[in-house]
Design a binder for this molecule. Structure first.
Ligand SMILES: [Zn+2]
Ligand SMILES: [Zn+2]
Length: 275
């Protein structure tokens, strides 16, 4: 069962970092409409019962950057007394954005991918319960030890579990490379557990950089995946990281006439987190 758990954990957080965070919330890279649809659907299938709607995620995350660790931050250990409380309030706001009961400031909206049929279906209880049943069947077939079953509930809420680890630990435990106003920390120098998401201090200091690692000893796995996708010409990285001005994706970003015209019409594609 452990390989299945490890694969679901790693792929879920990789797709969250790549699609919901770096693409939907920050627009750190661009791709063709067909590639965007493939990534959107792939994310939904991988995240399954805890699929995160890219619009609600992007708005919530942009609010987090703009109000980091203040009382208006939707999730911060600085003003939420304990982890369950933070998760509960984050879940409430996310649900409100999903249903339209919560209205966001205009500056936080727009620029994220939307696919109403997919977003509606994978956010429905029918889908959540269906995926939950599927995970249970996998355990029924392959679990060989009793304790394996203790891992099953994590599959149901994988997305919120990753969010809780990143939002709590990334603003509470670890070291800081940059002295900035918020409480963000880098929790692990080699963040393979959350695919680079735990470099919160680096990311808050340089929100437009697609590489969340900032020091030589740090490694951001999702950035390595982005470099590979850029080499394969599946994505175009919008800005090279400060430490690698000639990174692979950046070379392909050399502006074509079409790109220059699109930039003129819509502005630079990266969302730099308004404050
Ligand atoms: Zn943060
Ligand atoms: Zn961010």
């Amino acid at each position: 069962m452990l390989p299945f758990f490890a694969a679901h954990w790693t792929l879920s957080v990789l797709f969250q970092s790549l699609f919901q965070h770096r693409y939907a919330a920050h627009r750190m890279f661009t791709m063709t409409p067909r590639a965007e649809r493939a990534l959107h659907l792939g994310t939904a299938l991988v995240q399954g019962s805890s699929y995160l709607d890219p619009r609600a995620y992007a708005i919530l995350h942009r609010e987090h950057h703009a109000y980091a660790d203040t009382v208006r931050d939707p999730h911060s250990p600085a003003h939420h007394k304990h982890l369950p409380r933070m998760m509960l309030e984050t879940g409430r706001r996310y649900g409100g954005l999903l249903t339209g009961n919560v209205q966001a400031e205009a500056r936080f909206t727009g620029g994220y991918p939307q696919w109403p049929a997919v977003d509606r279906f994978f956010s429905s209880w029918a889908s959540r319960l269906g995926f939950g049943a599927l995970y249970t069947l996998v355990y029924k077939r392959f679990a060989t030890r009793r304790w394996h079953w203790a891992l099953l509930p994590v599959h149901f809420v994988m997305g919120p579990v990753h969010g809780a680890i990143v939002n709590w630990c990334g603003h509470r435990y670890g070291y800081r490379n940059f002295k900035i106003r918020d409480q963000s920390r880098n929790t692990l120098p080699l963040d393979v557990v959350c695919m680079g998401e735990l470099f919160q201090n680096n990311h808050h200091a340089r929100p437009a950089s697609p590489d969340f690692a900032a020091k030589r000893f740090e490694l951001d796995p999702t950035w390595q995946v982005m470099r590979l996708l850029a080499r394969l010409r599946l994505i175009r990285v919008s800005h090279a990281p400060p430490s690698q001005p000639a990174a692979a994706g950046e070379r392909r970003q050399r502006p074509t006439r079409r790109l220059l015209m699109r930039r003129k019409a819509h502005g630079t594609p990266t969302f730099e987190c308004p404050s």
